[in-house]
Design a protein around this ligand. Structure first.
Ligand SMILES: CC(C)(COP(=O)(O)OP(=O)(O)OC[C@H]1O[C@@H](n2cnc3c(N)ncnc32)[C@H](O)[C@@H]1OP(=O)(O)O)[C@@H](O)C(=O)NCCC(=O)NCCS
Length: 417
């Protein structure tokens, strides 16, 4: 997908005189430099990252020839309740410290959200305070674990000979994509990966290992020998005065089949010499909770993962499925995207979904932020009524709409993009 960004000066000249425009193909290094400066870490030159660069979907703020800010919209899909849809994956957001609080981010965000062709945008936020003002709602929580392996009591059950094996990165690029695709079918919140993106994901430069081992890619095979689950992890050797206390760092575990899921976790939670296991991408309803004997030993920490911004209410609400039939008029406010403001009738039953503008009276009033927060099915709409962020005009519609938007499995994102 290509967006025709046109290079124009920012609309409000009283704020500043910087220009916001699309990047050009030769500007990868300049974009990398401004993001490095903003994030206070060196984003190293990287061939794969350069090949993945989408200049026409990268906005830059330029002040007197100097790049002062940037934001990227990656072309990827995202699983949403009952479907997989294009979603602008927003990343690389940064403004030089010398140019903060002059409205640079506001200009970049406003233009990006008005111009992306996808009906939704999605991002991970470095700080939760940044994106709510632009209409993003926190739509998924992630769970990080710091597991005490001596206490946890790993999943029990047999492991067949030959069930587990390891893959090289080259083989993994061929064998793992269907497993991630299957997870996209099961849970909302999962982003697809092109072959190039898989290669980048599995790239394993020694300088980036943080004192840990090379990547280990362990796979589970079903009775026919097909891979049906995988874990990507690293180890770290640690010796205490009392003996070995190695660390297991799980970078990704995807196993939509129950046996593969159990066996992979059993394998990782019983690694010899090890005392702790870290994992950053659990869902709030992660099945592992059911499988270990002492869930408190997982030492879980919950925080926001995906933020959703609906850029086109009609297309976004038509793009997902609903758990129970619904017929409701939503009165939506959106300060940034005028076409999202107004009343929409949402009707859905099974795979038949329609969302159209209407003059009928509203059943519920809410802003684009709440709509984004409930879009992935992980947060109840009724939660926002308790703080006055949703108003019910027709009794019963809050409960009905909450039930319709909710999805049986919580959204999960297995990578920070
Ligand atoms: C966060 C960042 C992009 C903000 O850019 P900026 O150009 O200073 O933002 P703006 O001037 O457009 O600010 C718009 C509003 O957001 C607020 N805001 C900006 N950054 C904020 C932050 N980190 N926390 C809370 N509020 C913030 C501003 O105070 C301003 O509020 P106001 O309109 O009420 O005055 C920039 O400070 C930065 O690059 N930080 C480090 C890198 C980073 O965290 N990037 C985000 C990666 S997800």
């Amino acid at each position: 997908m290509v967006i025709g960004y046109v290079g124009v000066a920012c609309e409000d000249a009283s704020v500043s005189d910087f220009e916001v425009r699309a990047a050009e193909a030769g500007e990868f290094d300049a974009v990398r430099a401004v993001f490095s400066a903003a994030m206070m870490f060196e984003v190293e030159p990287n061939d794969l990252a350069q090949q993945l660069f989408e200049p026409e979907r990268t906005l830059v703020a330029v002040d007197g020839g100097e790049f002062i800010g940037t934001t990227l919209a990656l072309t990827r899909t995202l699983s949403v309740p009952g479907a997989v849809v294009p979603a602008a994956h927003v990343t690389g957001v940064g403004v030089r410290a010398t140019h903060r609080r002059r409205g640079v981010l506001s200009q970049l965000m406003g233009r990006q959200l008005r111009e992306v062709p996808e009906a939704i945008a999605v991002l991970w936020a470095s700080e939760p305070a940044i994106y709510g003002r632009f209409g993003y709602g926190a739509a998924a929580w992630g769970t990080a674990y710091e597991v005490d392996l001596h206490r946890v009591g790993p999943p029990a059950g047999p492991i067949r000979p030959g069930e587990l094996g390891e893959l090289t990165a080259d083989d993994a690029v061929k064998e793992l994509p269907p497993i991630l695709d299957r997870l996209q079918q099961v849970r909302p919140g999962v982003s697809d990966r092109s072959e190039l993106r898989w290669r980048k994901h599995l790239e394993d430069k020694p300088d980036n290992r943080g004192g840990r081992t090379a990547l280990r890619i362990v796979v589970h095979r079903d009775e026919t020998g097909s891979v049906d689950g995988y874990a990507i992890w690293r180890g770290k050797m640690v010796w205490n005065p009392t003996g070995p206390a190695y660390e297991v760092h799980v970078e990704e575990l995807v196993a939509p089949e129950p046996t593969a899921y159990r066996v992979l976790w059993q394998h990782l939670l019983t690694m010899d010499l090890s005392a702790t296991l870290g994992y950053g991408y659990g869902a709030v309803d992660e099945p592992l909770l059911q499988l270990v004997q002492t869930p408190t030993a997982l030492d879980r920490r919950v925080s926001e993962s995906l933020w959703i911004r609906i850029t086109d209410v009609r297309r976004a609400l038509q793009g997902r499925r609903y758990t129970v039939p619904i017929d409701v008029v939503l009165d939506v406010t959106d300060d940034l995207i005028e076409s999202n403001t107004g009343r929409f009738r949402l009707t859905a039953s099974g795979s038949s979904v329609s969302c159209e503008r209407t003059d009928d009276p509203a059943d519920l009033t809410l802003s684009i932020t709440e709509l984004g927060a409930i879009y992935l099915g992980g947060r109840p709409l009724a939660e926002f009524a308790t703080t006055g962020r949703v108003t019910e005009h027709t009794p019963g519609t809050l409960t009905q709409t909450t039930a319709a938007f909710h999805w049986p499995l919580a959204p999960v994102s297995v990578e920070v993009f």
